[in-house]
Design a protein around this ligand. Sequence first.
Ligand code: SF4
Length: 279
Amino acid sequence: MINLLDIALLNCCTYSCDYCISKASTATAVNYECNGLTKGIYATNGQTLKAAQLLNFINNHYRPDEVFIQLSGGEPLLHDAFPFITEILYMHGYKVIINTNANQIPSMARSLPIDTWPVYWRTSWHRDFRNIEHFLKDIEPIKNGKLLINYVAHPKRIESGIIKKDIEDLEFTGLPYEVTAFQGKWNDKDYDKNTSIYKGIITGLSDKEIPAQECNYISIQTNGNLMRCHKVQIGNIYENRFIERYPQARQLCSYENGNTNCGLVQSLTLLGLINNTNG
Ligand code: SF4
């Protein structure tokens, strides 16, 4: 059962982690424009998803009660339309997870009431770029919301022994956290989720409300490609291709037919972001 739609809103980030699956870390930091930003922004290609097509696709294929929508990147808060996408999704009943490194939260909290958004925050602590004190300052505006801290048990952290102190620091926060096993290649050795001694420490929200990120998801890449579990391409949202309809595609709706399930389409139509005849 696919119950998670993981969306890469853009391929840029304020950090450049060497274990990044979006490969943001392989890019050059200086003068790389992404979404109009350059300073300190790392990117592979600067692509960003288009909000209207994305929301139209979600509306046509998923009911709010059958899927979690995870907004990822890169760093999703850098996307121009991030607040709009988030607000319109939760206003129409979708369960939204925001997968962020938290670095942009303080500045966003100064202009938007993000502390009141009914969303799940999955904030990653990347200790190479933020010590625990700075990270806690970053998440301060949302710490009373539904929050889960993610920490990657990277082999270099395990081998250096620093992971022990990091987990003590996480415990000390009193906030829910999960430790994710590193998966991939490191120092010519392959790691999967079974080779990390820290695999599967899942606490708080993750075991109850957020689906575990096993192979139960579809991802959308910045070029619009739809991938099953990051491996098999099953369509493209810009080309309106979706060869694996899973779960069942929704019946297309339009603003004029009075279908109350078409709330998202109605909003987009009223905002002039989509044509109301194609759903
Ligand atoms: S913060 Fe996340 S998206 Fe950014 S480089 Fe690190 S792992 Fe990749």
